[in-house]
Write a protein that binds this ligand. Structure first.
Ligand SMILES: Nc1ncnc2c1ncn2[C@@H]1O[C@H](COP(=O)(O)OP(=O)(O)OP(=O)(O)O)[C@@H](O)[C@H]1O
Ligand SMILES: [Mg+2]
Length: 383
């Protein structure tokens, strides 16, 4: 959590109003934040969770991971809700129905809980359609309990792009039905830019079910507060030129601002930081990004992924088209489509508009250009 969360006041205000409505047992729209890596999605939803908890809304945070199981996570959250409700004697009779629904979901879909292997017939029985039914049953029954006990629920789901198609479809359908029945259950989700398309591909009505908000880099004014306010707490200030330089170098990306300011703060003993002092830290700043933020993403790429990434960078301008990437690789568009899908799944690139692609990591192409491996590849592909 940053010392000061810059530039998100409007979002916080809007969502706080939604929480107010939820608290009045009014069904509300769920919210989805999308944005590039390091733009501040997680810290924003964490902040919103604190606000919701202060309003006595029952909250749970789920981080979807590439290889974990969403069903068991949501089941655990629903169970936690029932535990909270059943602490009051007068509500005890309200938990059996939802508890049964959770059990049915877990027994059928949680691979961790399943000690027996399923027969072909059983597998067919537990198809994605049934997942939708089971999850909907869980949402409806906990929704009903939430309404009767006046305990609204908000699930915070981060890294939505890693949800499997069946899971996402089931979640949307369950939420939709709960909403139709007027139960106070909502989701605040966050993920990479491709989630917008994932949701609408899954269910066309998801466009009405969710309020979409794209979050991006900070404006000059917002960056200024992100730079100055945390430093101010330590009695440190920046000259106007220093702030401008930091904003220009970081392009207003919150993570970059934080990283650069941290290095500047560590390397400078003065109470007033100048542009020259910022300048002196830039090399270390880029090195630290190259060693951390960029490198972890790059290392998730297989050899074929890396070549695809190089070919994107070689296009010169981003977003770029798949046909230009194919051209740079001396391959056909069809033959590179698996690599494209793989990189999208890994959350390294995302599709924009028709057939165009970009990186989910801001300033990634600058990093690639600094790589020896990229320069070698360029030389070779010229031959
Ligand atoms: N509005 C902001 N003001 C100041 N600092 C911020 C802000 N948003 C994010 N940060 C800082 O930037 C960093 C990245 O934020 P965060 O982890 O929330 O990004 P993210 O969008 O979730 O990235 P990822 O897609 O990789 O999960 C954090 O260290 C956070 O403290
Ligand atoms: Mg995050």
């Amino acid at each position: 959590m940053p010392v000061y969360l810059a530039g998100r006041d409007e979002d916080i205000e809007n969502i706080s109003e939604i929480f107010e409505a939820l608290n009045m047992n009014i069904p509300v729209q769920s919210v989805i934040f999308s944005g590039l890596r390091g733009v501040g999605k997680t810290v924003l939803i964490n902040k919103l969770q604190k606000i919701a908890e202060d309003k006595n809304i029952f909250c749970r945070h789920i981080e979807v991971e590439e290889r974990n199981d969403f069903v068991s996570q949501i089941a655990t959250c629903a169970q936690a809700f029932l535990r909270k409700v059943s602490a009051k004697e007068k509500f005890k009779h309200l938990i059996q129905k939802p508890l049964d629904a959770i059990k049915a979901l877990v027994v059928s879909f949680d691979p961790g809980e399943n000690t027996f292997s399923l027969s072909l017939l059983e597998k067919e029985l537990y198809s994605s359609n049934n997942l939708t039914q089971s999850l909907t049953e869980v949402f409806i029954t906990i929704g009903e309990t939430a309404q009767k006990t006046e305990t609204p629920i908000c699930f915070f789901i981060d890294e939505i792009q890693y949800m499997k198609s069946g899971e996402l479809g089931a979640l949307i359908a369950a939420l939709h039905r709960t909403n139709q029945l007027g139960y106070p259950v909502m989701v605040i989700g966050a993920g990479l830019p491709k989630i917008y398309k994932m949701l609408s591909d899954e269910k066309s009505y998801s466009e009405r079910l969710f309020l979409y908000k794209e979050i991006g880099s900070l404006t000059e004014e917002q960056s200024k507060t992100a730079i100055e306010i945390p430093a101010g707490k330590f009695g440190v200030s920046y000259t106007e030129e220093a702030v401008k330089r930091i904003t220009a170098v970081t392009k207003g990306y919150p993570f970059f601002i934080q990283q650069l300011c941290q290095i500047v703060y560590q390397n400078t003993g003065e109470k007033k930081i100048t542009e020259t002092q910022v300048e002196a830290c830039l090399e270390e700043f880029f090195e630290s990004l190259d060693r951390g933020f960029f490198k972890v993403r790059y290392e998730r790429c297989a050899d074929s992924d890396k070549k695809f990434v190089f070919a994107m960078v070689k296009c010169g301008e981003l977003p770029c088209t798949i046909s230009n990437i194919a051209l740079n690789l001396h391959k056909s568009v069809t033959s590179i489509s698996t690599t494209r899908a793989q990189l999208i799944n890994k959350g390294i690139i995302y599709p924009i508009r028709y057939k165009e692609l970009d990186f989910t990591v801001p300033e990634f192409s600058g990093y690639i250009q600094r790589l020896e491996e990229y320069r070698e590849w360029c030389k070779e592909s010229k031959r």
